[in-house]
Design a protein around this ligand. Structure first.
Ligand SMILES: [Fe+2]
Length: 300
């Protein structure tokens, strides 16, 4: 699938309808409550990224099976994207908004403790599910994910957010996701860039500041990174700066993230096609995200 141009071009464009025939009724009583240790909550809120070791070990085979559907037939699912340039080694694939299309993802969203963990880490009264996002780097890939914050790519704004990134393979710290400790609290928004070639997104004249040079200033920025085992979960704030090196991926590196919204999150418009784009969302800036698309899955 390397150099699969059709898939690359499909990035950020609606392919199949992610909502299919609507969101089914979800029985919240089937979502297990998991008690997050208070010191982990404190660390999450101060650092913006925290490791929950082994939290989803029991979900690894389910999530791998779901991701395999994504990989086997990318165009059958929403927002598939190959970010590997033609001729470059390996493959860097991602796809998102498939939780209604891939039963294994649906099961994880609606039957795992993720909603409960998200609510406690954010310290909110209720939690809305935003979407899932699956990633796969094949062996040989040397493509860096540039330093970025997720929030400027999204059609939401707020301070109570969390992504729960579940590693599905062993990842050594040299190729794992890295975070700048505390960057979610800087009060800064950085210009979104393409993961394909690192170029600035066209934002119709509205240019945010560029991400600072993290690599050259190790004294100024503290990097958080962990060796990961399958089932380890990194919780991180949508505002946290994160990325990977261009270090060669020696073994397959798969992961599935679920993304969650807390009480203060509101719809916003951005000068880019957001990821995901929701052209028919029917909201005004400042509105709460509609619950018929982004269901409330946990209440305190
Ligand atoms: Fe990201």
């Amino acid at each position: 699938m390397q150099g699969s141009v059709d898939v690359t071009k499909a990035a950020n464009q609606a392919t199949v309808d992610w909502k299919v025939s609507g969101i089914p009724a979800i029985d919240l009583s089937l979502i297990p409550e998991y008690r997050v240790e208070p010191d982990l909550i404190t660390r999450y809120q101060s650092d913006g990224a925290t490791l929950l070791r082994g939290l989803y070990r029991d979900w690894v085979s389910t999530l791998r099976a779901g991701l395999q559907r994504n990989l086997d037939d990318p165009m059958a699912y929403a927002f598939p994207c190959d970010s590997t340039p033609d001729g470059a080694p390996g493959r860097y694939f991602d796809s998102y908004c498939n939780w209604l299309l891939i039963p294994e993802y649906f099961e994880h969203v609606t039957r795992s403790s993720a909603a409960s963990v998200a609510g406690q880490l954010m310290g909110v009264e209720q939690v809305q599910f935003f979407h899932e996002h699956a990633f796969c780097k094949e062996p040989g890939t040397q493509q860096a994910t540039p330093w970025h914050q997720d929030l400027p790519y999204y059609c939401v704004d707020g301070t109570q957010t969390v992504s729960l990134y579940v590693a599905l393979d062993e990842m050594s710290a040299d190729v794992a996701l890295r975070f700048v400790r505390g960057s979610h609290r800087w009060g800064r928004s950085f210009h979104p860039v393409s993961f394909y070639d690192g170029a600035n997104f066209d934002t119709e004249g509205e240019v945010l500041e560029a991400v600072p040079d993290i690599e050259s200033n190790p004294d100024r920025y503290e990097i958080l990174v962990w060796d990961l085992e399958p089932g380890d979960c990194i919780a991180f704030d949508f505002r946290a700066l994160h990325g990977t090196t261009a270090g060669e991926v020696k073994r397959r590196r798969r992961a599935v993230s679920t993304r969650w919204l807390g009480d203060d999150v509101r719809y916003c418009e951005r000068p880019i096609a957001t990821s995901p784009p929701f052209p028919d969302i029917g909201l005004k800036p400042g509105d709460r995200m509609r619950e018929d698309w982004f269901p409330v899955l946990w209440r305190r």
